[in-house]
Design a protein around this ligand. Sequence first.
Ligand code: NOJ
Length: 747
Amino acid sequence: MLAGAVALAGFSVTAPARAASRASDRIEALLARMTIEEKAGQLSCFADMIRPPIGDINPQVNIRNAQTLLAETRAGRIGTLMNGLGTQGALDAQKAAVEGSRLKIPLLFAADVIHGFRTVFPIPLAESGSFDPHLCERTARAAASEASASGLHWTFAPMVDVARDQRWGRVAEGAGEDVYLGQVLAEARVRGFQGKDLKAEDSMLATPKHFAAYGAVTAGLDYNAVELSEATLREVHLPPFQAAFAAGALTTMSAFNDINGVPSTGNKRLMTDILRGEWGFKGVVISDYTADQELVAHGFAADDRDAARLAILAGVDISMQSGLYLRFLPELTASGEVPMAVVDASVRRVLALKEALGLFDNPYRSINAKVEAMRTATPALKQLSREAGGRSIVLLRNEGGILPLPRAGQRLALIGPFAEDRDNVVGPWAFFGDKSLNVDLATGLRAAMTDPASLIVERGCEVETTLAGGFERAVAAAQAADVVLLAIGESQDMTGEAKSRTDIRIPPVQQRLAEAIAATGKPVVVLLRHGRAIALEGVVRDARAILATWFLGSEMGNAVADVLFGAVNPSARLPVSFPLESGQEPFFYNGRTTGRPAPVDPNAQEYKARWRSIRNEALYPFGFGLGYTTFALSDLKLSTPQLAWGDTLHIAARLTNTGAVQGEHVVQLYIRDRVASRTRPARELKGFQRVSLAPGASREVKFELKREHLMFVGEGDRWVVESGLFDVWVANSSVDGLAGSFELLKA
Ligand code: NOJ
């Protein structure tokens, strides 16, 4: 309702990000001596070919070979090198900059350290299912420690794009479909990467990306256009960035996509007016890979020169890989099309980053082969990878309590293309991972079994094609076993950048394999491999047990064994909804209410928001996950039925472990604004807590709500709070819970 509505712009704006230190005397002195070519150099980043390249992370365009890069560095024409690995190359490059160039400005070394470096942790989507910010902070800290020991200063992570369409391959890299979870984990990951002190040798600059709304690409097609209301942009897609900046992130990356016709990389309103004007961001914007040059293909810039002009004027400080700033900033400033003051402001910001890292005083920081060896793939890193893996697995189904399995006394058949596969355990964004560390399922399971010989392994088929005699051998293995473990799903080549899918089911050949196995009548436990939510069907959906095991990183096999045999009680929850069918996408739990919501009675079908074949609901909803014990929520208490404008609502409920073993539960707080001047989501997550309880034990779980938690973007695209009725749930997932309500009184 509008009465009592108050615009609270101040609440929506996070505190201005910590400044990357104000331009110091050193920076001003350098700037005064720089030629326009040297300035353009500081604003240019190129793929590092000085160190041996590690594969095609990006399209191989505008590639400069090692000799050219070293020569350009000596000429002061490069400020940042990216995605190089190893200390010797870093030493050579840094020497060229610090000893060989006129102004001796050190290079920045950046890389895509997304979820680990040599030791790989679970894909961010999986880890987000832990609902455990502390875990996310620890893995980011560990990744920064290992990567910085290899001479890196800057990671292009975390990806904080809210992803509501599971067809989009990059769902794998982020925190999933929810805004609040995305905010909390964005902060945690920034804190982890950057540590307490950026000058510390094991800290890295973090880059919340991709600014902005990359997750909203139409039809989940990577790089596609984005059509988005201002309200949804500000309520859904921007908050994780604000959270990351409030946590101290000093850089961001401009997204490939447009928003309502304006490509992000040429979008001054986004890159300058909102980012710097509204939020007070003082850091550096780097373009995504050739995103400035792509303004031409977008049809937004006439040619490369125009693209460079548009990008720098929009507020993009560093051009990644296109070389456009090097080529065109000299003439664009000479002609006055780009004021020198604009270039200077960007150079100041880039030099301030180098200063914040301590590079002027310590240019060779963390370039030390001995330190690299000491901090790489240590037992502690591997242990953390295993722990994070176990804490990311979601138990979706466990009919008859078939899991956990006994370690002895049963013959197990491990069947499927991922049974003994080490090439698909780390996920699509772990190019630097040391493959020799990868633990496949068979190895992990055998290590945990009393009699490893009682495990039979059969591949059955390839990921998308048959294997001669594969089905026959797999069926025979199932017949000889007491329990079948079916390792099926997506390969890591089916998720990630440019890997959008139109159909998010298990590939047909694997579904047929599952049918052949199910026909044996043996109990089947599905070990699902995936980088997104999957639309499960038929015998896979109806298996005795299903574990969502994602891509868990280097220690995948051990982490899965820990959960299968009960050393770890699974406690992760889904960060994305599993729809009933692919065609429901984009499907997310917090969609707005319609005028014709689906009725509770599934048979009442007429003229309601449902599909012809199914209701529009999830097979497994956001926030859902089982464990080896059971929990009950009771005794919901709200401190008042009427919340005064400036007060705090205290919400409490009792959680009891009603099962037989110790376990952890994620208690979730949701709200719904019953009546507002804009239609609101059916539910919104506003808090969660992880609680560990011994069998029979119980604890009161408490939450707080204030009016700023009830805000939305209303009239005139401004943040408002409106008085009136709100529903509140203390819940186990986004579709259940103890329900209460309260009224927010007028101001
Ligand atoms: C393109 C990706 O969109 C981005 O996330 C990544 O950081 C860059 N390539 C650099 O590798």
